[in-house]
Each structure stands twice: as structure tokens, then as C-alpha cells.
Design a protein. Sequence first.
Length: 176
Amino acid sequence: MTTASADVRAVVANEQIRQVLARVARGEDRRDAALIRAAFWPDAAVDFGIFAGSFDEYLDWVVPGSPAVPVTQHVLGQTAIELKGAVALTETHVNAYHRVDYGTEHHDVMLGGRYLDRLEERDGDWRIAHRTMLYDWTQDFGASADWSQGLMGAPFSAGHFTGRSAGDHSETFFGQ
């Protein structure tokens, strides 16, 4: 393989890996098992500190998600990728918002951390083989504001502007 073709292969692999990571985040936020399944190998394992197990156990845990966490949003930052043939080691920064139902009120909770992923390329397809979550910080911002009808004193012009884990406008947008 020439240097140029190896460089092109590395660029393509890096982009495919970033797409895998984005697919997981979107799948978790939308509680979409198919999106998540397309990002992990069936024999994968995960360890979040508060949950560790096989891919199937993880999928059962994250989809449909806890009723006490009606909304999440995972925002991915930079990803460091080390390609080693058909294996890639990655570290991806994540800020994750969770609206948590404490029974008497909802709270807005944020955490920051890093996903340490080992991805494997099998038959030209990159997927996660193992994920470990590292937590760098967390913040409970207290009682959530009710933004379901509008923002900053201005009402929404239609009902589709409010995001939800499942059944929001993004499903229509993507033709689901």
C-alpha cells in the first residue's frame, strides 16, 4: 500500500469512526435500539461505572431508558483516534444533559466525561467492541424550567419545537 493510499484509508476510517460515535449518541438520546445496535458489535461490552455488562444487557438498560430520565442530550467534543490496523482506540469528550424526575420536581443535570472506546473493523465495517466511561464532573442545576410552551417568554408557533427522547419532530425530519 502506498503512503497516499494509506493516508486516504486513515481519513476514511477516521470519518467512519466519528459516524459510529455520533450514531450511538443520537441512538441514546432518541432511545433508538436500531441506531445503537448499528454502532456496536454484538459481542461488545460496556462499563459505565454505574452499569457494566454485555451489549445486549446495555441495550436493555439504555432502551427504553429510565422513566425518571425523560430527556437526554449527548454533545460530543473532540475525538482522539489511534488507528492500529483493524483496531482503533478512541477518547471522545462528552457533555451529557439529563432531565431527572425526582418525584416532586424535575432537575437539569449535566455531566462531563470521556468515552474510551475500542473499535474494530470487521469486513470493512467499524463498530465499538468495548466502551468505558470516565466521569470528569457533574452538576445539578436544580429545578427545571418548564420550556414546553416556549422560551424566554415567547411562545412556540407550533407544537413540534419541543424535543423528546422519542416521538419528536426529528423522527418526521428523518422520515421515520
